[in-house]
Design a protein around this ligand. Structure first.
Ligand code: UD1
Length: 367
């Protein structure tokens, strides 16, 4: 069986790592196509090096652009690649512009498509990720759901016959890297200058357009972070740096200390060193949950509802609308004591994915 994985953005590289490693243990041929949606070394190269992912077989080099330009560039660059390779399966990951483009290119060539991380929903139609994931689910042949909640969403949309519960492959990699970090197999903690890891600090990221693109909102969120009674290590995504620059907003306000995005092991080490996380990233909400750090999410909703239901995550859509005392109390709250269980699986999701695809072989091919 020949499988092509199509990836392009940072979170997809994290999910690719356990999938590539699992395919390498089988006799299947696994090719990697990198769309080039993320091109900065901090968002791409360090993940290949740090997670031992083989170099991409094909690099499309599409880069940035408006949603239409980025998605269209991936589509037109993929057609000749898929035509040449004619894989048995095309595997797309998550909810990015690279995902919807990969799925569309494949279905139009009648190539079976499997969607990893299917069934997630924010029910927020302002998010580009929501359009991407809904459309990808509806055109894919096999829907690999990470959670029971995702299975439920797929069933509600009439897609149960194409859905299988696989678990979340991010658990596989997160727990493996956590153990390696604890065993001292990774180099020292790299935190922004001014953060003392022996004292409590919060780890923060912000990159969603709804938080970065409106100057008033971005400025208010940063002001709220800067006024907290604990220092904040802000790992600044290129979108955040670019938008803050355009709006003339200083990221390093008050107790905020700014650093670059970290490689995956560095991120896991930083979460473990922190006393809590403040973010709008989907992946980091789950990593905080898996590494047992309380998380506060600067969004009105989350796809990862289990993190909230178990008390490890709190939604804070507008931190500046809270009093400084309430905001501080939220981000520094104590961790829940009840066992949250394993809503995202037991760390063997990549094996489930490969097995489900093998068993599905032939079923998904269109005639
Ligand atoms: C993308 C995904 C999002 C994912 C995130 C993780 C979509 C619609 N969004 O958001 O689901 O959570 O990746 O990081 O696919 N930029 C750089 N260097 C890079 C990449 C981006 O400077 O290597 C800057 C550019 O100014 C670009 C902006 O970031 O215009 C946005 O990049 P884009 O890939 O469109 O979306 P992300 O915000 O990274």
């Amino acid at each position: 069986m020949k499988v092509i994985s199509i990836v392009g953005a940072r979170p997809q590289l994290v999910k690719l790592a356990p999938i590539a490693a699992t395919f390498a243990e089988t006799g299947h041929e696994h090719l990697i196509v990198h769309t080039g949606q993320h091109y900065d070394a901090d968002l791409s190269d360090v993940f290949f090096d740090g997670l031992g992912i083989p170099d991409p077989d094909v690099h499309l080099g599409v880069g940035s652009g408006s949603h239409g330009v980025q998605t269209g560039s991936v589509l037109s660059a993929l057609d000749p690649v898929l035509e040449r390779e004619r894989p048995d399966w095309v595997l797309v990951y998550g909810d990015t512009n690279s995902t919807i483009a990969g799925a569309l290119s494949a279905v139009k060539m009648h190539l079976p498509v499997a969607h990893l991380e299917a069934g997630l929903r924010s029910f927020n139609r302002r998010m580009p990720e929501e359009h991407n994931r809904v459309l990808t689910d509806h055109c894919a042949d096999l829907l690999l759901a990470p959670t029971q909640t995702a299975m439920h969403h797929l069933s509600g949309e009439g897609l149960a016959h194409r859905a299988r519960l696989a678990g979340d492959v991010m658990v596989d990699i997160c727990l493996k890297v956590r153990d390696a970090v604890r065993a001292g197999e990774h180099s020292a903690l790299a935190l922004p200058e001014g953060i003392d890891p022996s004292r409590p600090f919060l780890l923060a990221t912000l990159h969603r357009p709804d938080n970065t693109d409106d100057p008033d909102r971005l400025s208010s969120i940063l002001e709220s972070l800067g006024k907290l009674p604990v220092p904040v290590a802000l790992l600044a995504h290129p979108r955040l740096v670019a938008r803050a620059g355009t709006h003339g907003i200083n990221l390093a306000q008050g107790g905020v200390h700014v650093g670059r995005p970290l490689p995956y092991a560095g991120l896991v080490a930083a979460v473990l060193a922190s006393s809590g996380v403040v973010t709008d990233s989907g992946g980091l909400q789950k990593e905080a949950f898996l590494l047992r750090r309380v998380c506060s999410t600067v969004r009105p909703e989350t796809e990862w509802v289990e993190t909230v239901e178990t008390g490890w995550n709190a939604l804070v859509p507008d931190p500046y609308a809270l009093s400084p005392a309430e905001w501080a109390a939220t981000v520094t709250r104590t961790a829940p004591t009840a066992d949250p269980g394993t809503p995202y699986g037991d760390g063997r999701a990549a094996r489930n994915v490969v097995r489900i695809i093998e068993e599905w072989k032939g079923c998904g091919r269109r005639t």
